[in-house]
Design a protein around this ligand. Structure first.
Ligand code: SF4
Length: 120
């Protein structure tokens, strides 16, 4: 009996096609970073002020608060990132999400949490 060696002939070519590396098609291309939706964020200076000028200019009515809250909040899922609320704020509390000052980054979550609690 001959020792087992590599397959030859027709068997070899059909086997080769079975183990050939497969190319995985790229059907989904991740969006460019600038295409990912962002929101504006209300930060610490709003606490205790609640001027509400921002509420009046928001074209999608996504700045909310209530009597028990000590600040206003922006809904990160619905904010269209237009920036209209930034200038009317008398205490410069509103920033684009990627420009929130380092000491106030926790407010990104604080804004989002307000709307998550409201939806429960
Ligand atoms: S950035 Fe525009 S849409 Fe977002 S909260 Fe401010 S005013 Fe409203």
């Amino acid at each position: 009996m001959q020792p087992a060696g590599p397959p030859t002939g027709a068997f070899a070519s059909s086997r080769a096609s079975m183990i050939a590396p497969r190319t995985i098609p790229l059907t989904a291309v991740p969006p460019a970073p600038e295409a990912i939706a962002m929101a504006h964020v209300i930060t610490q200076p709003c606490i205790g002020v609640k001027d509400a000028s921002c509420v009046e200019v928001c074209p999608v009515d996504r700045i909310h608060s209530d009597d028990t809250a000590d600040m206003y909040y922006i809904d990160p899922d619905e904010c269209i990132d237009c920036g209209a609320c930034v200038d009317p704020c008398p205490v410069d509390a509103i920033h684009p999400e990627d420009e929130v000052p380092a000491e106030w980054t926790e407010f990104i979550k604080i804004n989002a949490n307000y709307f998550q609690k409201a939806s429960k």
